[in-house]
Design a protein around this ligand. Structure first.
Ligand code: ADE
Length: 240
């Protein structure tokens, strides 16, 4: 997968793209990361401005259409195919696991990170395919949201996580929160690991995990169960 980011602060991405799983994904040829400073596309050769006052007046500046259009066209020209062009904005669709899965199937993603009160509406109308938010709060720019989305997408690419099974067991991947986990020792300061996990009985372990996953979802995120039809046995487990 090719990932392009358009940002006025490319240095913000250095640590993220050069650490841990994302770094390995790049080293293994599973993802490429490229950050473009769209200030370089400003037609204002003196001050390199990319924002301007809003027509009609009002507070705050508006990101101009021209540098963003030119930067996106520049990035698109280097690659074949039709990339998804994703605008970071608190007005966008909220990121969730389904969206991360959907994006992980694309060949090329372009993220646009703004730092202003607003974007010229023509960017939204003509250039972007998606508007995404990471939650109902406002950050100072789109860089952190882009990093969050990229991280959630890249870890789903086949081969990126060492253990192929792990994204499948993730919280949300089956619509539920993940079950509790334990590792050695079996007794830590008198706190015991549930017996069934030490039993080696795979069917019982699976049943216990599913039950705990349901119970945890019910107590922490009952909203998720609206999309998860419970059978009779599952309903009883929750009520236990
Ligand atoms: N830019 C500023 N706040 C944002 C948010 N919550 N999600 C995406 N982009 C943003």
């Amino acid at each position: 997968m090719k990932i392009d980011v358009l940002s006025l602060f490319p240095e913000m991405f250095t640590g993220v793209f050069q650490s841990s799983i994302l770094k390995k994904a790049a080293e293994n040829g599973l993802a490429t990361f490229n950050v473009t400073d769209y200030r370089e596309f400003s037609e204002d050769k003196k001050h390199h401005r990319v924002d301007d006052y809003p027509y009609g007046g009002g507070a705050g500046m508006v990101l101009k259409a021209q540098p963003i259009f030119d930067a996106v066209e520049h990035v698109k020209a280097k690659v074949e195919g039709t990339p998804r062009v994703i605008l970071m904005t608190p007005q966008g669709d909220r990121l969730d696991h389904q969206k991360a899965v959907e994006l992980s199937k694309e060949e090329h993603l372009i993220f646009i990170c703004g730092h202003y009160e607003g974007y010229d509406e023509r960017i939204r109308e003509q250039l972007v395919t998606d508007e995404l938010s990471i939650g109902d709060y406002v950050l100072t720019g789109g860089e952190l949201p882009a990093m969050v989305i990229i991280d959630s997408v890249v870890r789903l690419l086949p081969g990126v996580l060492g253990n192929e099974a792990s994204p499948i067991a993730d919280s949300f991947s089956n619509g539920l929160l993940e079950h509790p986990q334990y590792t050695r020792p079996a007794n830590f300061r008198g706190l015991e690991v549930p017996e069934v996990l030490l039993s080696g009985h795979h069917k019982n372990i699976e049943a216990w995990r599913h039950k705990e996953s349901l119970r945890r979802t019910f107590f922490r995120r009952p909203d998720l169960l609206e999309h998860y039809p419970l059978d009779e046995k599952e309903r009883q487990w929750i009520e236990e």
